[in-house]
Design a protein around this ligand. Structure first.
Ligand SMILES: [Ca+2]
Length: 402
């Protein structure tokens, strides 16, 4: 029987800098049949804007999703000279490979990026879906900061903002106390946090002390790439295999769809993701973490989508919200709403812009010493095991076939 496709009712705008963990997050996004991907902004960060743009287009091409609008981001952090010949920022090519995609071989895109720049695209998406759009920033916040200069009302047009970035009271992964996205463009994060602190729903920040618990290992990658027993059960199954697949205590791999359940195109996508991850494992090993990878971005994408799913529809209070949810949130330390797979805490947060040793450090005023209003909900810990099971199962199943 012909099945109608799921209506795409959750508008999401993504700003990213793929980047290997960004690629996983984009893969997860492509697997969501109810999400309306209003646009993807390509931000300078892990590699240059040119390479990030190429990677976004390449990963989408591989997935057969040339229909998604992709927008070129700014070339330089907002506080840098705007002259065309301003120096190149430092990129994270040691972490993500010279291309930004590790050992993955991405196809030449058959479609072009949109002519609309990323900052304008943020504004257009927010205006088109007032009170409904969920924004996900998994790269530097440069484009969003530029968008705020075009449309200062963005915090009241966007339903909720989810940001991967920062390191609060934690050793950094870039400088001793700083995280990559914020280090790349500290002024942009500071501007975004100052503006979005007045939003009806506080922006959600997932810093590295939380996201580092989401660890991809060679074993998990193998689970992702190897056909599981679920397929055998779906085809000519042995009674034992069926029983195992139906038993809650069975290993996760036995209950997962195999790549064979997805389309051949998606299988190719996963194979290239595996090649990207091989590079990521090698980097983390060289950096002293072992042969594994901290995958920061996919959690933030998933939390945003799942939160949006639980809060469907237009946020009636998106303008000048004075409801009790926000009032409660403003009580120091009280989370506004349940964020999936996580424990959270609210606080006034800001970015160090002038420290001689700590520029780019994110600071949370846990004890209210600044006497400033709370402006963010911070992920303090992630239930990594159930989230990783969910992530692997989702990626393995692939996008819904149309
Ligand atoms: Ca990223």
């Amino acid at each position: 029987m012909f099945e109608l496709p799921t209506p795409r009712t959750l508008p999401i705008f993504v700003d990213c800098d793929p980047g290997i963990d960004d690629a996983i997050a984009l893969g997860y996004l492509l697997c969501q049949s109810d999400v309306d991907i209003t646009g993807i902004a390509a931000s300078a960060g892990n590699v240059s804007t040119d390479l990030v743009l190429r990677n976004v287009l390449g990963w989408l091409e591989l997935a057969g999703r040339g229909d998604i609008p992709v927008h070129r981001g700014a070339d330089r952090p907002i506080a840098w000279p705007t002259a065309e010949h301003s120096p190149e920022p430092d990129y994270a090519d040691d972490t993500h490979g010279a291309s930004g995609a590790g050992y993955a071989q991405l196809p030449e895109p058959s479609f072009a990026a949109s002519a609309v720049p990323a900052a304008d695209a943020w504004v257009a998406a927010a205006r088109e879906h007032p009170g409904e759009l969920v924004g996900v920033v998994i790269g530097p916040a440069t484009n969003l900061a530029l968008a705020l200069r075009i449309e200062p009302e963005l915090p009241h047009l966007i339903k909720r903002l989810f940001i991967m970035g920062g390191a609060f009271n934690y050793r950094g992964n870039t400088w001793p106390t700083t995280e990559w996205n914020v280090t790349f463009d500290p002024e942009s994060t500071a501007e975004v946090l100052a503006a979005f602190g007045t939003a009806a729903h506080l922006p959600v920040i997932a810093p590295i002390e939380a996201t580092e618990s989401v660890v991809m290992t060679p074993e998990r990658l193998e689970r992702l790439l190897t056909p599981g027993q679920a397929d055998a059960a779906a085809a000519p199954a042995s009674p034992t295999a069926s029983l195992a697949a139906d038993t809650a205590s069975a290993p996760a791999a036995a209950r997962e769809p195999s790549p064979a359940a997805a389309s051949p195109a998606w299988n190719s996508w996963l194979v290239q993701l595996g090649e990207a991850l091989r590079f990521y494992f090698e980097f983390h090993e060289a950096d002293g973490h072992g042969y594994l990878a901290h995958i920061h971005d996919p959690y933030v994408m998933a939390a945003a989508i799942e939160w949006a799913r639980r809060h469907r529809g237009s946020s009636a209070a998106h303008r000048g919200c004075t409801d009790t949810a926000r009032a409660q949130a403003l009580a120091l330390g009280a989370p506004e709403h349940g964020i999936p797979w996580a424990q959270t805490k609210t606080a006034a947060v800001d970015v160090e812009l002038t420290g001689t040793l700590t520029r780019g450090e994110t600071v949370a005023d846990w004890l209210g010493r600044w006497n400033r209003p709370v402006n963010a909900e911070l992920i303090r810990s992630i239930d990594a095991e159930p989230f990783l099971d969910h992530l692997i199962t989702t990626l393995k199943k692939g996008p819904a076939r149309s």
